[in-house]
Write a protein that binds this ligand. Structure first.
Ligand code: DAH
Length: 344
């Protein structure tokens, strides 16, 4: 008898839980606690039981009845509340506008540069941010006593590896892997031990290009960089080369784009241009013809092949493009900043 009561209780609780609306719940109530329910029959028959069973059966049946009543009441309240909140939705209220996400200004600039280079036949190559000295310095013909290797400029890991200081590492990785011709670009994060200020950061991004084949010349380098400048800074952009030195190129140049604000005149709003400081030019990055020593390090025949390479900081280009005056803004993820560059 006690087992039967327990059985009824479990069935009832399950049925209560499964009731999806008030009508179904009322049916459950009638079935398990109504006048013709099993439980009521048991309660009604207690007087006919042997005397020693009456108290325990009476108690168990009473308790089961109370627990079922409680479960019914709880479920009733929950169903009523759900029905109320559904009824409370006012479909005529104006919706809450959802902001659409958009590309970060740095990614947008990088995407355009990559796009322009891909249209010129460059494919995207990748390399690790944690590098070894071989790819970051040695194979790039950087002498052992070069100041860039200094602990004050480069982040070294305890195992001797380092955080790459430029994307030129990828040139070596690609040339080690495949024979010429090569026409690749690489974009990515670089690290230097800089004191952070408005124009320097210890984390920044570069884009790198490498083109090696028979008869590649500096004229093609100039044409490629001009096309890139025009794509991101406007169709009138001009370029100039200045002689420079890099261990991995010979000859090497630095290049400037004509100023986007004053158009290269050096003055705007009746005074000295604040973007180029009156020079008419904006410094962008480095480039040159791949040094034969670099070809030797990767096993390319420098008698047969020539190539150009270039690299520059993406932050700098994005800053000029959008008139941003502090490089730190790119990394801070402050929505008040990033939201200014979306269309929605
Ligand atoms: N790696 C240089 C830097 O970080 C930039 C650079 C200069 C890249 C000349 C090149 C290059 O590929 O040929 O300042």
């Amino acid at each position: 008898m006690l087992n039967e009561i327990e059985d009824i209780l479990q069935q009832a609780l399950q049925a209560v839980d499964a009731a999806e609306d008030l009508k179904a719940l009322d049916e459950v109530r009638v079935r398990f606690t109504g006048r013709r329910s099993r439980l009521r029959r048991i309660l009604g028959g207690i007087g006919d039981l042997p005397g020693d069973q009456r108290p325990s059966v009476g108690q168990a049946a009473g308790k089961a009845q109370r627990r079922i009543a409680e479960a019914l009441e709880g479920r009733r309240l929950a169903l009523e509340r759900a029905a109320e909140s559904e009824a409370a939705i006012d479909f005529t209220l104006p919706g809450r506008p959802q902001r659409r996400g958009h590309t970060h200004p740095l990614s947008a600039t990088a995407d355009e540069l990559v796009d322009a280079l891909r249209q010129m036949g460059f494919t995207v190559a990748d390399g690790p941010e944690v590098e070894d000295e071989h790819h970051n310095f040695d194979a790039l013909n950087t002498p052992a006593d070069h100041p860039a290797r200094d602990e004050q400029d480069t982040f070294y890991l305890t195992d001797g590896r380092l955080l790459r200081t430029h994307t030129s590492t990828v040139q070596i990785r690609v040339m080690e892997r495949q024979p010429p011709p090569v026409r690749v670009l690489s974009v990515g994060r670089c690290y230097r031990k800089e004191s952070v200020d408005a124009t320097h950061h210890m984390v920044f991004h570069q884009i790198e290009g490498l083109y090696v084949d028979r008869g590649v010349s500096m004229a093609e380098l100039k044409g490629t960089l001009t096309a890139l400048g025009r794509r991101v800074l406007g169709g009138d952009t001009r370029i100039r080369f200045r002689p420079h030195f890099f261990p991995f190129t010979e000859p090497s140049v630095e290049y400037d784009f004509s100023c986007t604000l004053c158009g290269g005149r050096g003055n705007s709003d009746g005074g000295r241009c604040r973007v180029c400081r009156g020079t008419g030019w904006i410094e962008i990055g480095g480039a040159g013809m791949v040094d034969p020593e670099v070809f030797a390090a990767v096993g390319y025949d420098a008698e047969k092949y020539t190539g150009f390479a270039f690299g520059f900081g993406i932050e700098r280009v994005a800053m000029i493009r959008h008139g941003i005056d502090d490089i730190r803004l790119f990394l801070e993820s402050d929505l008040r900043f990033t939201r200014q560059f979306g269309s929605g």
